[in-house]
Write a protein that binds this ligand. Structure first.
Ligand SMILES: [Fe+2]
Length: 383
């Protein structure tokens, strides 16, 4: 697909994700990690305006110079911004204003995409496309949180069906031989800076499950008192369980002696065969410890992944989010994209059913703090 068509369909898909929303759903921010849908719509547009149109297109007039303050996420280089917790307090710009902002920026980008481009500019547009794809997944996860924490449990779309993956029902462990393996991105296509540089890692022989832990299996952990036995948990994880009164994965509700969970279709009985989802790293670790097993490292995952089906849930790994040997931050504001987050987070590998089509890679490194679970996160065991 050429970049013109790709840009157009990307921008359309973002708006399609928001189509089932009521106007009020665009505005709220129930927790700091969840951004209002209208903020995602504006911020992804701001990215193209700030990094491509303003610096590289002569005579470009910003739609509204004040938007830089509202839609800058975390780029210190670009200046002051609304603090993250206040994103849900903005009744203006309105949703209509933001859709007009999108149109203004789209017209300008499509105009430059109709002529030959400097490689620097086309690389930035490709980065902007991958950035907006990341926000498409965040739109799904944030919309789920907003609707799933409304006491009426409104459906996002009663006909919603996730993409189906060919998965296996038998639980087998795949054995990988010890040896020296190459880790990190190789090739000519796009990757984020955190997937570089490619380097060698020595792995001891290990075994990894060919499928994710199911709801039925996780329920055994719950029923065995997993959440009330400190022995399975890290000290921090145990504090989290007690302080937050955690007794089950996010979106699970115990009603009339049965477990239900909130899905995009509304509240439904737990599907026992489906993989467990919306667990934190703390829970993934505790479950593995209760089983007498462990989580894979991100290096083990990358080496073994061609042998199993992945892409249903982001998979917690035992690896801290750290720079690879030879990792370099890009100069300027774009250098703030990944590098400054390489502290106190764990790597997740794979992709989820709400990851944008074509966005995932074997070498992709996602990362979140150990207590977070509003993303589509799951568990794969290793030993
Ligand atoms: Fe962003």
């Amino acid at each position: 697909m050429d970049i013109y068509t790709r840009y157009k369909s990307l921008r359309q898909r973002t708006e399609d994700i928001c189509r089932p929303l009521a106007i009020e759903d665009y505005v709220v921010q129930p927790i700091v990690d969840v951004s209002p849908p209208k903020w995602h719509l504006g911020h992804t547009t701001w990215f193209f305006e700030t990094f491509i149109l303003t610096p590289h297109v002569q005579g470009y007039q910003p739609f509204n110079p004040d938007y830089n303050y509202v839609f800058n996420s975390y780029y210190e280089t670009i200046g002051n911004r609304v603090i993250r917790t206040d994103r849900g307090n903005l009744s203006r710009p309105t949703v209509d204003d933001i859709y007009r902002y999108r149109q203004h920026v789209d017209e300008a980008i499509l105009k430059i995409l109709s002529a030959p481009l400097e490689p620097e500019v086309s690389n930035l547009i490709v980065l902007g496309i991958h950035h907006e794809e990341q926000h498409q997944e965040l739109l799904y996860t944030d919309i789920k949180y907003i609707l799933g924490h409304n006491p009426l449990f409104p459906a996002y779309d009663v006909t919603y069906q996730p993409p189906t993956l060919k998965s296996t029902s038998t639980n087998d462990f795949i054995r990988i031989k010890e040896g020296l393996y190459e880790i990190g991105f190789k090739g000519d296509g796009f990757c984020f800076d955190n997937e570089l540089g490619r380097h060698k890692a020595y792995l001891n022989e290990f075994e990894i499950s060919n499928r994710l832990v199911s709801n039925a299996e996780y329920l055994e952990f719950i029923n065995d008192g997993g959440y009330s036995d400190f022995r399975h948990w890290h000290a921090e994880g145990w504090d989290w369980v007690r302080n937050e009164k955690i007794t089950a994965p996010l979106y699970w509700h115990f009603i009339d002696n049965s477990w239900y969970h909130y899905t995009f279709r509304g509240l439904e009985p737990i599907d026992l065969e489906a993989s467990v989802r919306h667990v934190s790293y703390f829970e993934a670790y505790a479950y593995a410890a209760w089983k007498g097993l462990r989580l894979p490292t991100e290096f083990e995952w990358e080496v073994a992944a061609p042998s199993f089906t992945w892409g249903e849930n982001w998979e917690w790994t035992e690896s801290a989010y750290l720079p690879y040997p030879g990792f370099k931050k890009a100069p300027g504001a774009i250098g703030e994209y990944n590098g400054k987050f390489m502290v106190n987070q764990k790597v997740l590998r794979g992709a989820s059913v709400v990851t944008s089509p074509g966005h995932s890679r074997l070498t992709y490194r996602n990362f979140f703090q150990t207590n977070l679970r509003w993303q589509f996160t799951g568990i794969r065991l290793a030993k």
